[in-house]
Design a protein around this ligand. Structure first.
Ligand code: NAP
Length: 358
């Protein structure tokens, strides 16, 4: 099988580096071109991620893959789109509006940015959760007269919440959700939070994050009806905080369900979802989509972030919630740079490829 030729835009950033790792020796996709800002363009990859002090700023676990070290970083305008089948985009949202518009006119774009997430003809996709909404990409192509499309993932804090709510919603209904996040430093990107700001500290505010979680969760858990997504009718309240953890977001969740539920029923539901998962067998999918713990000391970021290579969502501390007639409280862990961005985007591209959309 000839591999699809892909480019990574934003390749030097926090998520871009994870893309480099996630696409190393990929069976279906081959990285043939890379791009970043003018600051990095013209340099080899290794020089582009070197700081002024000469230090190589590689912050992904493991060695830098050989294939990328001497590849030349281009500007977006220098990319030869005629030699590409797919773009992975990992740039901040303001820059992404122009870049992704330009690229999607010619090619499929799988994006980690929020630039297009809230447009009516753009689904926010989590592979294994709302794959059927990918059909909206056809409407998007027609509406915009594009050869390609923009398929964004959600914000990395939405990811774990939507993943854990989906099976509960389907089986028990969901009316209200309250969530408090404890988000990793890496979620803010390479220039996000200073060491002085986060060490020995908790920052109780992340700009725009709570609004994103509310909008995105309702859209992802909604239904595609007659070419439009009808949001799920769930009231969502959340508080998003930044904590001194390098990778992986932990969230404390309270959910009011329509039907009666208890921890054992939730456990069986997640186990069944593992068996039924639509992404089983795809190259970047984990063996278990969900890990359910009865040990009350789980989830813990240091223990969970390597499970399923960061692609498994961990659930623990599950208890019946007495505040509601029916409901649960639980904690979840989701890796923001793996399932929540780069590797999740690769899994999304695999799902779209399998559906014939790439
Ligand atoms: N970090 C996470 O956990 C996470 C999770 C989910 C989604 N996201 C989203 O993913 C995107 C990337 O996040 P990040 O954390 O990787 O950010 P980052 O570390 O700040 O990296 C930004 C990347 O974009 C490049 N860039 C900036 N302006 C550009 C332009 N005009 N043209 C081309 N490239 C440009 C930068 O290149 P230079 O190095 O040359 O400046 C760098 O490669 C953001 O939209 C973010 O919201 C992040």
């Amino acid at each position: 099988m000839e591999k699809k030729k892909v480019a990574i835009i934003g390749v030097t950033g926090s998520v871009g580096q994870e893309f480099v790792q996630s696409l190393n020796d990929h069976p279906w996709f081959e990285v043939t071109q890379i791009a970043a800002s003018e600051r990095s363009a013209g340099k080899s990859y290794i020089d582009a991620i070197r700081n002024e002090g000469g230090i190589i700023m590689w912050d992904v676990g493991g060695e830098i893959p050989e294939y990328i070290k001497s590849m030349k970083v281009k500007t977006v305008d220098e990319l030869d789109t005629s030699q590409l089948d797919l773009i992975f985009s990992a740039v901040e949202s303001q820059a992404a509006i122009d870049i992704e518009t330009k690229m999607a006119a010619k090619l499929p774009v799988v994006s980690t940015s929020s630039a297009f997430r809230y447009e009516d003809d753009v689904p926010i996709l989590i592979p294994g959760i709302n794959d059927e909404q990918a059909e909206l990409l056809e409407t998007q192509k027609k509406n915009r007269n594009w050869k390609g499309f923009v398929a964004p993932l959600p914000n990395c804090t939405t990811t774990g919440l939507a993943i854990t709510l989906k099976p509960l919603l389907e089986k028990y209904g969901a009316k209200k959700v309250m969530m408090t996040s404890m988000q990793a430093i890496s979620g803010g990107g390479k220039s996000g939070v200073s060491a002085m700001g986060i060490t020995d500290n908790i920052i109780p505010y992340i700009p725009k994050e709570e609004g994103k979680v509310r909008l995105e969760t309702r859209k992802i858990l909604g239904k595609l009806i007659n070419g439009k997504i009808e949001d799920a009718d769930i009231k969502i309240s959340c508080t998003c905080t930044r904590v001194p953890v390098i990778d992986g977001h932990t969230e404390s969740v309270f959910v009011e369900t329509t039907k009666e539920i208890n921890p054992q029923m939730a456990k069986e539901t997640y186990n069944q979802s593992n068996i039924d998962s639509s992404v089983i067998g795809l190259p970047s999918a984990p063996k278990d989509y969900y890990a359910f713990h009865e040990d009350p000391t789980r989830p813990q970021p240091r223990m969970e972030r390597t499970v399923g290579d960061g692609m498994t969502t961990t659930i623990g501390r599950v208890e019946k919630e007495e505040l509601f007639d029916n409901g649960l409280k639980y904690m979840l862990f989701s890796h923001n740079k793996k399932m929540g961005s780069a590797k999740g985007a690769v899994l999304l591209a695999e799902m779209l490829y399998k559906k014939g959309k790439i």
